[in-house]
Write a protein that binds this ligand. Sequence first.
Ligand code: MN
Length: 215
Amino acid sequence: MSKLGSMSLTEYKKKRRFKKTPEPAPEKKSSEFGNIFVVQKHRATQLHYDFRLEADGVLLSWAVPKGPSMDPNVKRLAMHVEDHPVDYAKFEGVIPEGEYGGGTVMVWDTGIYGPENTTSVSKAVAKGSFVLVRTRDRQWLLIKHRDKYAKEGEDITETQPYSVLTKRTLAEIAEDEGGDVKKAATGDPKRLLRRRDIKRRKKTSKKQVWHSKPR
Ligand code: MN
């Protein structure tokens, strides 16, 4: 495990075959902001959420099996995993079956983050603050702080199942990018709320990466 504060993308590179996967190359660099975060919903072998924070040219990463909760009473297990390249924050698409992490990836939330008590940054963080507490080795807990955004009893993985970039469901991403639609659909809610401005890829157009400015 890389130490927090001295990152490398060696483990990221070792796990992947970049001729097979559309995931970003293991390149170290900073974003325009230097402090972006992303949460990706990932229907791999198991559905999980990947929580990533930019630091020193990489994204520190945790796999959160149940995803974040807005309820401060709920502690969500977060396993520290290998650092990812900063470009990964824009990755939404399909990792081919048989490759590492094979399945559909959705950009579920993205933006910038900052330390607490820094008003300029905390104002920009629409869901308020979370804390990551290390319990042992790679094992952490992700907990919502008690602030004005906290909501007891709310499971945002249920109420907000769409891509923040394209408004697509996992099944729609899989369909557009040539993935396993049935498998992806098991990560979507059974009933979908009405959405506006969904960005579907036209059948004839090339695969593309959707770009968004962190909000
Ligand atoms: Mn993952």
